[in-house]
Design a protein. Structure first.
Length: 228
C-alpha cells in the first residue's frame, strides 16, 4: 500500500460507547475505574495497548481531555510517536511542549495557521499544515512516503473513526469490550459521524472478518477483525 497499515484500537462498552457521557468532563478511562464489576479488569486494556504500533493517531481534543495542557511534571519519554489532528486548536503551547517531551516524535496536523505549535521550537515536532480541510488520504500517503511510517494505530473519536472507516483508511479493528452498558443517545460511540440516509449509501458500510475472539478475565472481551 502507499500508506501505513492501520488498526483501530479502542476500549468500548457492550453497547458500543467510548465514553461515559456526552461532555468532556466524562472520561472512559477515569470513570470506569470507579465502577464495581468493571474496574478490576480494566488493566487488561492498557496491557494490550502496550503491544500496539509505535505510531499512534489521535486528536488534540483527546489530548486536552487527558490533561496535557495542564501538566507541569517532566514526563517519562516513551518510544511511541504521535500523529495528532488538532484544528480548533484544543492544544495550548504548553500542551504541545509537554507532548514533545513525552513522545518520540510529534506530528501535529492542523488547518489552523495560528496554532500554538508554530510557537514551539523542538527538534522532534513536525508540523503538517493543511490549507483547508485535511485530506486524510494524502496525509496517510505522506506519513509513509516522507516519514517511513509503515504501521499506525488509530485511537481517535467516533466522528474521525467514522470518516476514516468510510474512506477505506482502516485495515483492522481491535476492540476491548468492557462488561458495562452505558447508554445515552448523545454519548459518543466507536463509529459516529453522519448517519446514512438512503439505500444507495449501503455501499459505504464496511464488512468485517473475525480474526480473533478472546475471553479475558473479569468478563472482558478482545475482538480483532480485518476490514473487508
Amino acid at each position: 500500500m502507499n500508506r501505513p497499515e492501520t488498526t483501530l484500537f479502542m476500549l468500548m462498552s457492550v453497547d458500543g460507547k467510548i465514553s461515559t457521557g456526552d461532555t468532556d468532563a466524562m472520561d472512559f478511562d477515569h470513570d470506569l475505574r470507579q465502577v464495581v464489576g468493571v474496574k478490576d479488569g480494566l488493566q487488561q486494556y492498557y496491557d494490550l495497548e502496550q503491544q500496539t504500533d509505535l505510531f499512534s493517531l489521535n486528536t488534540g481534543r483527546v489530548m486536552a481531555k487527558i490533561g496535557v495542557n495542564d501538566r507541569t511534571e517532566k514526563p517519562t519519554k516513551v518510544p511511541v510517536s504521535f500523529v495528532i489532528i488538532d484544528n480548533k486548536p484544543h492544544l495550548t503551547k504548553s500542551g504541545v511542549e509537554y507532548l514533545s517531551k513525552w513522545v518520540k516524535i510529534l506530528y501535529l496536523v492542523t488547518t489552523n495557521k495560528d496554532h500554538p505549535v508554530f510557537q514551539v521550537k523542538a527538534e522532534n515536532v513536525v508540523t503538517l499544515f493543511s490549507d483547508g480541510k485535511v485530506d486524510f488520504e494524502n496525509l496517510f500517503r505522506r506519513l509513509k512516503t516522507e516519514f517511513a511510517i509503515e504501521h499506525l494505530t488509530i485511537q481517535s473519536g467516533g466522528s474521525l473513526n467514522a470518516m476514516l472507516m468510510r474512506s477505506g483508511l482502516i485495515d483492522h479493528v481491535s476492540i476491548v469490550v468492557a462488561p458495562v452498558i452505558v447508554g445515552g443517545r448523545t454519548t459518543p460511540t466507536l463509529i459516529d459521524g453522519e448517519a446514512l440516509h438512503s439505500q444507495e449509501e449501503l455501499m459505504r458500510l464496511k464488512a468485517l472478518k473475525l480474526v480473533k475472539s478472546e475471553v479475558l478475565t473479569n468478563s472482558y472481551l478482545h475482538l480483532v477483525y480485518d476490514v473487508l
